[in-house]
Design a protein around this ligand. Structure first.
Ligand SMILES: [Fe+2]
Length: 389
């Protein structure tokens, strides 16, 4: 048995963890903080307490709160220009995946030359940046504890996936209380992204005994608690369990990679601007079922059990059908729209199919797909959308 496993981020998990931000920075000798966030987080008041604490602790803080969904590269460049002039000791992200990914990219550009595009790929970032602290306000991308930054290359209408060394945050302060006020649709989209991470990491060709031990627990935690958190955002037990599942899923996909669901979802973001979590939610049941045809039986049984399905004496084909139905039911419960309603454009299928084949998640997907098969999967989703319209 041989495998590698990494978890470079020091993570503190629990209600109240966000309150550790100012002490953690002081303990590390930080005096100047470049804080990255987005307008929604600011409007929700989630920056008030950390900014107050940082200023009371004597920190000089410069805020960049212009982050947009899907983290476009021009925003990264604007933030990096401000950060280079400010010369921070630490970069802090308070927000969802786009804010944390923007902060990761800014931190890369604080220590490495432009343009960001040259780091698109695996282990291409030569120099470590400043201390980077991530405080997530969603339970979705797990960007706070992963070695990945996904940034939209707006000129080329694609997603850059900057993966590997010198990308991960130094410290993650993971406080589920920050997700208590997340609106239902964002709870659904981010939660389905996390569920996709757990499922795709588990069936990845790069899965290891370590990720196999963790991923089914992540599937179970997220799938069992997502409907409750969607129906009642103040259900703190459900919020805590989803955040825990999300972190476990992040640890898994940081090590095992992802698969074809993400390969189809990324071009939906790059070419049609469908938000990342929603794009995965739209693709998950159909594309996962395609993939499961090439997955060992014991893993299919374990996924079915993690989703709470009966597996006694069931045939593999029936279990795959049951898993698909279960995920479709979950998507209906969470009011996930069709690919068309989500913003997908059918005329983009040829270009998206070419893009999907080149995605970083494609080599680790268990069932190899041709461009034509990927196009057929997209077309199936658009046909489903027509039938349900
Ligand atoms: Fe994702």
């Amino acid at each position: 048995m041989q495998f590698m496993f990494t978890m470079p981020t020091l993570a503190q998990f629990g209600r109240g963890a966000a309150g550790r931000l100012a002490p953690v920075l002081l303990e590390n000798g930080v005096k100047r903080v470049f804080l990255v966030s987005d307008p929604g987080v600011q409007a929700a008041g989630l920056l008030d307490a950390p900014l107050r604490a940082l200023r009371e602790a004597g920190q000089t803080v410069l805020c960049f709160t212009e982050t947009l969904p899907n983290a476009p590269d021009y925003q990264v460049d604007a933030a990096a220009a401000e950060a280079r002039e400010f010369r921070p000791d630490a970069v802090v992200a308070v927000g969802g995946g786009s804010s944390i990914d923007t902060a990761k990219a800014v931190n890369i550009l604080l220590a490495n030359p432009d343009p960001l595009r040259r780091y698109d790929g695996v282990n291409l970032v030569p120099a470590p940046g400043r201390m980077l602290v991530a405080v997530p306000t969603t339970a979705g991308t797990s960007s706070e504890c992963t070695v990945v930054a996904v940034i939209s290359d707006e000129k080329q209408a694609k997603k850059m996936v900057i993966f590997g060394k010198n990308v991960a945050p130094s410290i993650a302060l993971i406080d589920p209380a920050l997700t208590d006020g997340l609106p239902p649709h964002l709870t659904a989209h981010t939660g389905m992204d996390a569920l996709t991470h757990a499922l795709e990491a588990y069936i990845s060709l790069a899965a290891s005994p370590a990720t196999d031990a963790i991923a089914p627990e992540a599937v179970a935690l997220i799938a069992a608690n997502l409907p409750a958190a969607y129906a009642d955002g103040s259900d703190t037990a459900a919020r805590d369990n989803i955040m825990l599942g999300c972190q476990l899923a992040g640890i898994c996909f940081s090590n095992a990679g992802l698969g074809l669901v993400h390969s189809l979802a990324q071009p939906l973001g790059g070419r049609c601007h469908v938000p990342h979590g929603l794009a995965n939610a739209v693709c998950l049941p159909h594309v996962l079922a395609f993939n499961l045809q090439a997955v060992p039986e014991h893993k299919i049984v374990r996924i079915a059990r993690a989703l709470g399905l009966e597996t006694q004496d069931a045939k593999v084909a029936d279990l795959i059908a049951d898993i698909r139905l279960c995920l479709e039911k979950l998507a209906r419960t969470l009011h996930i729209p069709s690919i068309t309603e989500a913003g997908g454009r059918r005329e983009a299928v040829p270009a998206m199919s070419e893009d999907a084949l080149k995605e970083l998640s494609t080599p680790t997907t268990p069932r190899k797909a041709t461009t034509q098969e990927i196009a057929a999967l997209y077309e199936d989703l658009f046909m489903q959308a027509e039938h349900t319209a």
